[in-house]
Design a protein around this ligand. Structure first.
Ligand code: GLU
Length: 319
C-alpha cells in the first residue's frame, strides 16, 4: 500500500520533526518487509527491525514476511506487494539494470537504496564424509542451490559456472536453507549453497549432530569470480564459525542491504532510518544476530549499488 505523509505524522511529531499544525489525523498503516527463509539471517534481523519501527513510529505497523529471498523480494517491491525488502547488493543492481537473471525484463526501478547492512558469505556446506573438497568435485552430485528466486541460487549458478559446471552437470535441488540442511542430514543431497550472514542458523543446527565441512573457494579463484561479477569480494570464514570447522576457509562474499519502494513517502523512509540508527535499535539488532552488530551509520552507504531513495538521501545529508 502507499503510505501517506499523514500516517507517520504522529511519529514525526513525537520526534520533534514536524509542527503540530501539520498533523491532520493519524490513520493506521501497515507495510510489508520481505525477508527470506526462517533458517537464514534476513528473517530474524528483519523481524527485529520491523518490531523497532512498529514500536517507535506511531501509526505504522511493519510486518516481516518470510519469502524465497532476494530475487523474489525485488519483484515483490516492483509489483507493490512489499514496501521494504532485504536483498543482496548484486541482485539489487541486476534488477535495477535489467542484468543477469533480469535481462529482457523491464528495469525493476521501484527498488531504491535505503541502507547497506552486513556481509553475506557464499557458504558451500557438505558433510565430512561426502568426499567433496572443492567445487570441481560437485559435478555429478546432488546439490541444493537455494530456494527458487533466491540470491543464493543466482550465486550458486555463477560460482559453479566459474568452475565449468552447469546445472546439466549436477542434480540441482531448489531448497531453502532449512530444507537443504534436512536433506543433507538425511543423505538426499551431497552439498548445499547458502549465501547468508555467518553464522547461519541452519548450519549451526546441522553442526549439532553432524560433521560439517565447508568447501573452500581459493583466493585466486575468488578473485577470478570477482573479476567476472564485481559484487563479489574474497573473504574468510573464520575457524570455529561452526562446530567441526577448525581452520579459516576462503570464500567470496556479497552484501545485504535494505531496499525501499519508490512508492514509500520520503518522510516515512527518513523517519525509519532515524529509528534504525538509534542506539536502542542498533543494540536490539546486535542482540538478535551477531551480523546485526555490523549495521552502522558509518557503513550505511558504502558500495550502495542502486540510487538512494529520496528519504534516504535526505537522512544521510543531515547525518
Ligand atoms: N541472501 C539470501 C538470498 O537472497 C538470503 C539470506 C537470508 O535469508 O539470510 O538468497
Amino acid at each position: 500500500m502507499k503510505i501517506s505523509t499523514k500516517m507517520v505524522a504522529a511519529g514525526l511529531l513525537s520526534a520533534g520533526l514536524m509542527a503540530p499544525t501539520a498533523v491532520i489525523a493519524q490513520s493506521g498503516g501497515s507495510i510489508s518487509l520481505a525477508t527470506g527463509g526462517t533458517g537464514g539471517v534476513y528473517f530474524p534481523l528483519g523481524g527485529a527491525m520491523a518490531e523497532a519501527w512498529t514500536t517507535e513510529i506511531d501509526g505504522l505497523t511493519v510486518t516481516a514476511e518470510s519469502t524465497g529471498a532476494s530475487v523474489v523480494n525485488v519483484r515483490l517491491i516492483q509489483s507493490g506487494e512489499s514496501e521494504l525488502a532485504m536483498v543482496q547488493n548484486d541482485i539489487a543492481n541486476y534488477a535495477f539494470n535489467s542484468d543477469e537473471m533480469f535481462s529482457g525484463d523491464a528495469a525493476l526501478d521501484n527498488n531504491l537504496g535505503m541502507a547497506m547492512l552486513y556481509p553475506e558469505l557464499i557458504q558451500i556446506v557438505t558433510l565430512a564424509e561426502s568426499g567433496i573438497q572443492s567445487v570441481s568435485d560437485m559435478a555429478g552430485r546432488s546439490i541444493a542451490v537455494g530456494a527458487p528466486g533466491s540470491g543464493t541460487e543466482a550465486n550458486a549458478r555463477q560460482i559453479l559456472s566459474a568452475f565449468g559446471i552447469s546445472y546439466g552437470d549436477i542434480s540441482e535441488q531448489f531448497l531453502p536453507f532449512g530444507e537443504a540442511v534436512d536433506a543433507l542430514r538425511d543423505g538426499r543431497i551431497d552439498a548445499a549453497f547458502l549465501t547468508a550472514g555467518i553464522p547461519t542458523a541452519a548450519v549451526i543446527d546441522l553442526g549439532a549432530t553432524h560433521n560439517v565441512s565447508i568447501v573452500p573457494i581459493e583466493p585466486d579463484k575468488g578473485q577470478e569470480i570477482a573479476d567476472m561479477w564485481p559484487f563479489y569480494s574474497t573473504i574468510t570464514i573464520p575457524a570455529g564459525t561452526y562446530s567441526g570447522v577448525e581452520q579459516d576457509l576462503p570464500t567470496v562474499t556479497v552484501m545485504a542491504m535494505i531496499v525501499a519502494s519508490a512508492d514509500l513517502e520520503a518522510d516515512v523512509v527518513e523517519r525509519m532510518l532515524e529509528v534504525l540508527y538509534s542506539d536502542s535499535t542498533l543494540e536490539r539488532l546486535c542482540n538478535t544476530h551477531v551480523r546485526g552488530c555490523d549495521i552502522t551509520l558509518a557503513s550505511a552507504q558504502e558500495a550502495m549499488p542502486i540510487p538512494l531513495h529520496p528519504g534516504a538521501e535526505a537522512f544521510y545529508a543531515r547525518n
